[in-house]
Structure formats: structure tokens, C-alpha cells
Design a protein around this ligand. Structure first.
Ligand SMILES: [Zn+2]
Length: 379
């Protein structure tokens, strides 16, 4: 039986949402880390606060049996939001007709709190398993500073549960596309467009050529897409442009597809259309695809059973958006994602969280984890 008080939860959620914890807000994610460090410590768990070079916020790592080499379950979440400083003051937490509003309410302050109550129940009911919680501070900016640690922890975990919000229709997430973001820079040769245009090598032309070539790399049927989402360059109409840049987003379902795209990109560098131009590419974000394996299927079946017992309609989807579940799956762990309360409008001013979904979804994952503990004892 889950011991849970929704009013207490909502009071705490209000506090958390009203703390600005944007990935780059100085001290923002740290305030969330302070809050949970205290709460997990008072449950008698080991809490480590890890700082990585260049990161704004810490990684909070919680273990019940730090001495065990492997974990049965790793719960994952992020303390950062996409919002700037001052956002919470602007539009603080509020509730209306069963819906909660505020920056990061679903993505993922509610998920963080559900994680805590899940753990609290596991501790109080002395569940016989080794578990951990990993909370990072840079998920919304590609987890560059935390992905190595996430992969290390996932590699020693049987099952990873990502407490990101459930989809608007209540669906859980079983698979995610891989994604990579690239910054393209083209340097050309500037010249006067009237007096000596032939002396110039236009960076704009080169980048435009590359952009059109990229269109041919789309392969939607198998999940590959390449999008030039932002492009700029040049100074004036009468100057042959010597610098242009673009941001490119790539999505893929397999590493094979990713490598194909990457080598096509390297080809743009190695063989520019105009040899007087130089093309540079920098990868600025990357998540491998999150695929389901046999172990994932077994966890999904278990969750479906628990859902049926609690009248939660269990739907599973694949999404094109990434999460830290991508890294966990890449490390070989079974991953279920979108396990937190149901939300909508993440990353926007219209973000909402459905209050009625908090407790039933918490029950489903709590009982699933208990069942995994039972299985572990038998196995
Ligand atoms: Zn999130």
C-alpha cells in the first residue's frame, strides 16, 4: 500500500515550481538540489552531490545500498527547466479545475516529487532491493556534463525509470529517437560585389548548397530527418559574404543511420563545392536512440498489469523527442520513460500538469518496483 497525501504533495510542488531552476540560472538547480538533498538524507540514504567542470548545477546521486556493485532500479530526473530567471515570479504555481500551472510543473518538478515519494515508500516499507536516484542539472541543454555519469549508473542498473512527464493522452514512453545537433560554419572570401565579385567566395552560396544537399539525406520512412532550423550570414547586399552559419537538427532510429549522416556531413567538410571556402562542423548536442529490448518488454508487461489493477489505462508510445533515457538505454539498461504525472505544453507558457494523474501513476510504478524486488529475490 502506498502511503501518500496529495495535499502535502501539492504544497511541496508549489515551493518547487516557484524556484527558478533554469539550466543556466546561477544557483537555480542548486536550490532544488538543496531541497532534495535534505529530504533524501533524512530518509537515511546516501546522498552525493557531484560537480563536473564547467557545469552550472550539480548531479545529485542517491543510493540505498551504495556498497552493492549493481542496482535493481535507477530512478532518473532533471532539476533544471528551460525557463530564465524571473519566470516563476512572473507566473507562479497555481491550480485550477484539477490542473496545475507554472514553469516546469510537469517537466519535471512533479516528476522529481513523485520520485521522492516513491523512494520514501520503498524505504518505509523496507523493500528488499538496491536502488538509486540520479538527478542532473543540464538535461534541457543536452546533458553534456552529466551524460557520462548517467551512462555509468545505467550500465550497472537492471531497470531505469525516467520520471519525465507522461504524454498528454496519458501514454508512457518506451522508445525515443536519437538526435544530434550541429553548428555549421562556413568561411569564404569577401569581395566587393560590384568591382571584383569574381575574387570572392561566398559563404552564403556554399551553405545554401549544403542545405539543399541535406534535403536528400531525409529518409522519413525509417525515421531519419535532417532539418536546417536556423541560418544566417552576410553583412550587406553589395559584399560577397565571407561568413555564414547554420544550426542543424538530425533525428534517427539507428546508429547505422546516424553514421551515414555524419559521414555525409564530413563530406561537406572534405569537399566544399567552392574550394576557396572552408566548412567547419561542431556537434553541440547528442543522444543515441532509446530502443526497447527484451528486458524492457518484461517491465512494460509488469507495469501494464499494475496499471490494470489501478484502473490506469496503459498506453506506450515512441517519440521523436529525447531524454536522458536515451543515454540509459544506450548503456544497455531496460528503460521506461514518461513515468511521471501527465503533462502538456512542456517548455512553453501553456505548460500544465493533470493533478488527478499523480497518485495512480505513482501507485503503478511503486508496485512495479516492489514486484521487481520480488522477482530479484527469486531470480
Ligand atoms: Zn524533462
Amino acid at each position: 500500500m502506498l502511503n501518500f497525501d496529495l495535499n502535502e504533495y501539492l504544497n511541496e510542488l508549489e515551493k518547487l515550481v516557484n524556484i527558478d531552476s533554469g539550466s543556466r540560472v546561477p544557483g537555480g538547480p542548486d536550490q532544488i538540489a538543496d531541497y532534495f538533498e535534505g529530504k533524501y538524507t533524512s530518509l537515511g540514504l546516501q546522498v552525493r552531490r557531484i560537480r563536473t567542470d564547467g557545469a552550472n548545477g550539480p548531479i545529485l546521486e542517491i543510493r540505498n545500498r551504495p556498497e552493492t556493485p549493481c542496482m535493481d532500479v535507477l530512478l532518473m530526473g532533471h532539476m533544471d527547466t528551460v525557463f530564465p530567471e524571473g519566470e516563476a515570479e512572473h507566473r507562479p504555481f497555481r491550480m485550477e479545475n484539477g490542473t496545475a500551472y507554472g514553469p516546469g510543473v510537469a517537466d519535471m518538478k512533479a516528476g522529481l516529487l513523485s520520485t521522492y515519494y516513491l523512494v520514501k515508500n520503498l524505504v518505509e516499507q523496507q523493500a528488499d532491493l538496491s536502488f538509486g536516484v540520479c538527478l542532473n542539472s543540464d538535461e534541457e541543454i543536452s546533458s553534456l556534463h552529466s551524460q557520462d555519469r548517467i551512462q555509468e549508473l545505467a550500465a550497472i542498473s537492471d531497470v531505469c525509470v525516467v520520471m519525465e512527464p507522461g504524454r498528454k493522452n496519458g501514454a508512457y514512453v518506451s522508445e525515443r529517437k536519437g538526435l544530434a545537433r550541429f553548428h555549421f560554419e562556413v568561411h569564404g572570401v569577401s569581395a566587393h560585389a560590384g568591382i571584383a565579385p569574381q575574387d570572392g567566395a561566398s559563404a552564403i552560396n556554399e551553405l545554401a548548397y549544403i542545405t539543399l544537399q541535406m534535403e536528400a539525406l531525409n529518409h522519413y520512412e525509417i525515421g531519419t530527418s535532417v532539418n536546417v532550423g536556423k541560418i544566417s550570414g552576410g553583412t550587406s547586399a553589395n559584399v560577397v559574404c565571407d561568413y555564414a552559419e547554420a544550426m542543424v537538427d538530425v533525428r534517427f532510429d539507428s546508429m547505422e543511420e546516424y553514421h551515414k549522416i555524419e559521414s555525409a556531413f564530413q563530406n561537406f567538410v572534405a569537399h566544399p563545392r567552392d574550394p576557396r571556402t572552408t566548412v567547419r562542423i561542431k556537434r553541440e548536442g547528442y543522444r543515441p536512440p532509446m530502443r526497447r529490448n527484451e528486458r524492457t518488454e518484461a517491465v512494460i508487461r509488469l507495469m501494464n498489469e499494475k496499471g490494470a489493477e489501478h484502473g490506469v489505462e496503459m498506453k506506450w508510445v515512441k517519440t521523436g523527442g529525447g531524454s536522458d533515457g536515451n543515454f540509459a538505454a544506450f548503456a544497455g539498461s531496460a528503460v521506461v520513460d514518461g513515468v511521471g504525472p501527465v503533462g502538456d505544453g512542456a517548455h512553453s507558457k501553456n505548460e500544465t500538469m493533470q493533478i488527478a494523474t499523480v497518485e495512480p501513476r505513482l501507485k503503478v510504478i511503486f508496485e512495479t518496483v516492489l514486484a521487481l524486488a520480488e522477482q530479484g529475490k527469486k531470480g
